[in-house]
Design a protein around this ligand. Structure first.
Ligand code: NAD
Length: 515
């Protein structure tokens, strides 16, 4: 296989790409409101109850109508995946690698169309959507290559008179539970990592983005993954989620989402069920309260760019988003003035309009929760810009900056998951590090400083899974920035890194006496 390279992102300033986005928009709009089936081991299933996904830019617009899986269907999906596991696990590694690569090629071919689905269902702007789709392609290409490497493990010490080897075996049936915020990349990454290593899976997408999941299921089938190797179950997290996690035939759970749901899954999965003969493995990648330190020796202009981009790209709805700026007191006022100018230029509106920098937040519940945090923040600190909804129909919120926040304040500690930035003042670099580490989370962080000694201190002491120096704290690239956090940010599985596939296998050591 050729060496891995990251998928280039589409430049929407080019007229040809703008034209392509318009065409894709027309094609996808013509399909809005279509109905999609559940897929249980290749069988298409309809239910009485339906779930509608909406366009958060125009909530009266239905993107897709989906079936709502019942508990019996969830049970059937796990049984079917378990029954097919031995046969699928025996698929030659080569074939699995080829299927993963073909899936990447199909998404690449349909890239602008996938972008459009993300624009309409997840409220991503075109360039944010394209980043998500590019990352999905990267995960597939990268894991295909990592599987090849894993199939040729390093040789072991050979004892005299023995042939000693170690092979990696798939685990069994896994439940894949992705969030809505990277509805293609994270779902595709977790699913294909499991499939390429030889596991069978049940995918339970977020109820906010089920159409993207249905489109991804089409890709898996077209790429040649056997129809019994996966099921796609849309439905309530609480109803079918708990059942899938607790099922005795579930061998592992790959979850990405909030801290509370992740902890619940971890707890439920830990309790063995009747007939269960293994300890379930749980990979849970969870939330963040990511900080950027702006030091007295920072280039303020680039720090402003880094903070603003990390805080407000995709409306602050990235687990890696900067939600705390910790700024040295000597440059605090200057930084705030420049940041406020930068943020006030950000245009908010429907995500299908290429002119907008920010689109809507995902749904009504998220909008209400974010607005309530903004009200709390106004009491806790000093509003610098933004501060409310934009007054349009969609779930639009102004990019909001609240300064003079203390470390005990709620908007300093709690994940808001929206376009709200808390700014805190630090006495010096040590104090800034102390504030940055004053969190139960530990996902991403960044430091802006020109001082090499401070950079070294941050490398040792800033307790996050993904640290960035003199750049934004979002935009992790597969292969270059293996991704995952510490503490309540999760199990640090390092998605897009060389060790990630180890989460989906178990190693078997074999010693054969040479006769
Ligand atoms: P969420 O926890 O609400 O939902 C995540 C998934 O879990 C969804 O598919 C949901 O339907 C499902 N779910 C809900 N209840 C369940 C249950 N009882 N059993 C099983 N599944 C259940 O999170 P979200 O709102 O979709 O995503 C946003 C969160 O994800 C944020 O906290 C963000 O920081 C986090 N996130 C983390 C990473 C990371 O890599 N660390 C990446 C992206 C998002």
């Amino acid at each position: 296989m050729s060496p891995f390279i990251n998928e280039p992102v589409t430049d929407f300033t080019l007229p040809s790409n703008r034209e392509a986005s318009e065409k894709a928009s027309v094609a996808v709009r013509a399909q809005l409101g279509r109905e999609y089936d559940l897929i249980i081991a290749g069988k298409h299933v309809k239910t009485e109850a339906k779930l509608k996904s909406l366009n958060p830019s125009r909530p009266s617009e239905v993107v897709g109508i989906h079936q709502k899986a019942t508990a019996e269907m969830a049970n059937e999906a796990v049984h079917a995946a378990h029954a097919y596991f031995d046969e699928y696990a025996a698929t030659p590694v080569r074939d699995r690698i080829e299927m993963a690569s073909r899936a990447a090629a199909i998404i690449r071919e349909r890239k602008i169309e996938f972008d459009a689905w993300l624009v309409y269902e997840a409220g991503k702007t075109w360039s944010e959507a394209d980043g998500d789709v590019s990352e999905a392609i990267d995960f597939l290409e990268y894991y295909a290559r990592q599987m090849l490497r894993m199939s040729q493990p390093d040789p072991l010490v050979q004892l005299p008179g023995e042939k000693d080897e170690m092979v990696y075996l798939p685990l069994g049936t896994g439940v894949i539970i992705p969030p809505w915020n990277f509805p293609l990349a994270i779902m595709a990454g977790m699913s294909v990592a499991a499939l390429v290593t030889g596991n069978t899976i049940v995918i339970k997408p977020s109820s906010d983005t089920p159409t993207i999941a249905a489109k991804f299921a089409e890709v898996l089938l077209k790429a040649g993954f056997p129809e019994k190797s996966f099921s796609l179950l849309v439905g309530s997290g609480a109803l079918i989620g708990d059942l899938l996690v607790q099922h005795p035939k579930t061998r592992f759970v790959s979850f990405t989402g909030s801290r509370d749901v992740g902890l619940r899954i971890n707890e439920l999965a830990a309790k063995p069920q009747k007939g269960q003969i293994w300890i379930k493995r749980v990979v849970a990648e969870m939330g963040g309260k990511d900080a950027i330190i702006v030091d007295s020796e920072a280039d303020i202009d680039s720090a402003v760019q880094g903070v603003a981009g990390s805080a407000f790209g995709y409306q602050g709805q990235k687990c890696s988003a900067c939600s705390r700026a910790i700024v040295d007191e000597s440059i605090y006022d200057d930084f705030l003035k420049k940041l406020s100018l930068e943020v006030s230029r950000m245009q908010v509106g429907a995500s299908d309009n290429l002119a907008n920098y920010m689109g809507p937040v995902i749904n009504e519940k998220a909008r209400d929760s974010i607005l309530s945090y903004i009200e709390t923040g106004k009491k806790e600190g000093r509003l610098i810009c933004g501060g409310g909804a934009t007054g349009e129909d969609g779930y639009f919120i102004q990019p909001t900056v609240i300064a003079d926040i203390g470390s005990k304040d709620r908007i300093f500690q709690e994940e808001i998951f929206g376009p709200v930035l808390a700014v805190a003042k630090a006495r010096d670099f040590e104090h800034a590090l102390e504030l940055a580490n004053d969190s139960e989370y530990g996902l991403t962080g960044a430091v802006f400083t020109g001082n090499p000694q401070k950079i070294e201190r941050a490398k040792r002491r800033f307790f996050v899974g993904n640290l960035y120096i003199n750049r934004k704290c979002t935009g992790a690239m597969v292969g270059a920035h293996p991704f995952g956090g510490f503490n309540m940010s999760g199990t640090d599985s390092k998605a897009g890194g060389p060790d990630y596939l180890l989460q989906f296998v178990q190693a078997k050591s074999i010693a054969e006496k040479v006769l």
